[in-house]
Design a protein around this ligand. Structure first.
Ligand code: ATP
Ligand code: MG
Length: 231
């Protein structure tokens, strides 16, 4: 049921990688669909390789004209629906946001990603006005360095984390070989060979933490919504 959209108009902010990681992790729990609306269709290419979990369906989107129908069909079928968007602001992005139970805004700890993330937040607020409903969203730092952070990275992270108006994921997705390797070797990071991919155990822990926080946010949002409906 819940629809989770990954949006940031800045290319390379980590949408596709984080979306596919989450989709695979959720598919371990419940049937999940990922809608591939990135025009390069990286998830569709991945889905044609060996190792895609049976519980995970990949739907390839080709146009803004079909996205709403695809979201409706997927959310009637599966407990989780993930949407990976293209790296530009578009009508397709607004359509997907308008149908979402959670919008995740991935960003690197870099100025351009941060500016684009703020643009997406403004777009979400416009979509809330247009649809007259609350659309929960949260920013997610991706491709973070596991070692020492630069001053810029620390500064950008602090600006988001200390802003009471912006919900930020506590967890960050670290830059890990396993996360990039998925797209070249196919399958999920669970199926990778630890002797061939460095830091696999840490990558798995990182991903499980991300999945847990997503589920906690969906739950908290649902409870907040139920309370506001009763009030
Ligand atoms: N956590 C990570 N660890 C290692 N590499 C990563 C990670 N996240 C992203 N990358 C790499 O960074 C590049 C950009 O990531 P990705 O394709 O996920 O971004 P995107 O936001 O979907 O980009 P676009 O806007 O072009 O669709 C890719 O080469 C990907 O392999
Ligand atoms: Mg992408």
């Amino acid at each position: 049921m819940p629809v989770i959209t990954f949006a940031n108009s800045k290319g390379g902010s980590g949408k596709t990688t984080s979306a596919l990681l989450l989709a695979c992790a959720l598919a371990e729990l419940k049937p999940t669909t990922i809608i591939d609306a990135d025009p390069r269709h990286p998830v569709t290419t991945w889905g044609k390789m060996d190792g895609k979990p049976d519980n995970l369906t990949v739907v390839t989107n080709d146009s803004e004209r079909t996205i709403l129908d695809e979201i409706e069909a997927a959310s009637e079928k599966d407990p989780f629906v993930i949407i990976d968007l293209e790296g530009t602001a578009s009508r397709l992005m607004s359509y997907a946001i308008s149908q979402s139970d959670l919008v995740i805004i991935p960003l690197k700890e870099q100025q351009q990603d941060a500016m684009a993330a703020l643009d997406v937040i403004q777009e979400i607020h416009r979509d809330m006005k247009a649809t007259r409903r609350k659309i929960p969203y949260a920013t997610l730092f991706t491709q973070s360095k596991a070692a020492v952070k630069s001053r810029t990275a620390k500064h950008i992270a602090m600006q988001f984390r200390e802003n009471p108006k912006i919900d930020c994921f506590t967890i960050e997705i670290f830059e890990r070989d396993a996360f990039a390797a998925m797209f070249t070797i196919g399958g999920t990071i669970r199926d990778m060979n630890p002797s061939k991919v460095g830091g696999l155990d840490k990558a798995i822990l990182n991903l499980e933490g991300f999945r847990d926080e997503v589920i906690a946010k969906l739950r908290a949002n649902r409870e907040a919504q139920a309370t506001s409906e009763v009030a």
